[in-house]
Design a protein around this ligand. Structure first.
Ligand SMILES: [Zn+2]
Length: 292
């Protein structure tokens, strides 16, 4: 742990996150039974090498893993993008961020809260861990379970996250080289433009991060794997100016390895949105590559 790229920067990030391995790794069927993950599979048996696979991670939504198949804002052509992708031949894996859905603390649910971010983040900070680190560990455990399952083409794995789900996807992909293409939907920014400028949820905060760098420096660790930033020019949560500033660090990292075409910034005319049409188009390219 971390997986793959074991350089000093990744090791330093793992330490800041307070990342700890799972005590008892679970199988995919156990994660599904525990209602931490939902899986959509195409009809028929898996092709040799496994289904082309997308992991889609919801934002700060009480819907948890249901977000990418039931929220109006993720519809494309009248259907949820997760179902469209499944119908196009993708396995679609939908995790709930820890603190949402079935992983909420029952006390918070009884209080009528939408998540357990505050409670979990405060608990973990006292012992040198972070809730974001736990979410990264959860995603590593999920990929371990998918590898063991055997029906998923891990070699072409795409992970996409919206907003806070993008934050988890970003830190995970930085630490886990099994993610071959990371798509951040309204998620990249700098601390100055977001965490320091407004009151964000405690689940976004990693003590000591600015001594390491900023979110753009975390994203730089994804190089030379594919990284696509989809960001609205009117984003009021992670301001566009901050996303562009963070991407400068990304561009520098990809230039350093001569792979500038692998990092893309797709500016959108809208606000803080999941941009399902763009996600659909990006995955369409992946589908063609997976089948030719
Ligand atoms: Zn939160």
């Amino acid at each position: 742990m971390p997986r793959g790229a074991s350089n000093e920067r990744v090791e330093a990030l793992v330490r800041l996150l307070g990342l700890e391995p799972s005590e008892k790794p679970r199988s995919l069927s156990e994660l599904v039974a525990d209602r931490e993950v939902h899986v959509l599979l195409p009809e028929g048996t898996a092709p040799a090498g496994g289904y082309p696979t997308a992991v889609l991670i919801h934002g700060h939504s009480p819907l948890g893993y249901d977000y990418f198949r039931s929220a109006n804002e993720v519809y494309v052509k009248g259907a949820p993008v997760a179902e469209l992708l499944r119908d196009a031949g993708f396995a679609v894996v939908l995790p709930s961020l820890r603190g949402f859905g079935a992983t909420m603390d029952p006390v918070d649910r009884a209080l009528g809260l939408e998540h357990s971010c505050e409670r979990f983040a405060r608990q973990r900070l006292l012992v040198g861990r972070t809730l974001l680190g736990d979410r990264v560990r959860d995603l590593m455990e999920l990929l371990d379970a998918m590898e063991m399952d055997g029906r998923f083409d891990i070699e072409s794995l795409v992970t996409a996250g919206f907003s806070g789900g993008g934050t988890a996807a970003l830190f995970h992909a930085a630490c886990d080289s099994r993610v071959r293409h990371l798509i951040l939907l309204s998620a990249l920014c700098t601390a100055r433009h977001s965490l320091l400028a407004t009151r964000h949820c405690l689940c976004n905060y990693v003590p000591g991060l600015l001594n390491f760098g900023d979110w753009g420096d975390v994203a730089a660790l994804v190089a030379p794997r594919r990284l696509t930033i989809v960001h609205g020019e009117r984003d009021g949560v992670f301001p566009f100016e901050g996303a562009r500033a963070a991407f400068a660090a990304v561009e520098a990292a990809y230039e350093a390895v001569g792979m500038t075409k692998r990092a893309m910034f797709l500016a959108q005319p809208g606000g803080h949105e999941p941009y399902p049409e763009v996600l659909w188009q990006l995955m369409g390219v992946g589908l063609k590559r997976a089948t030719t």
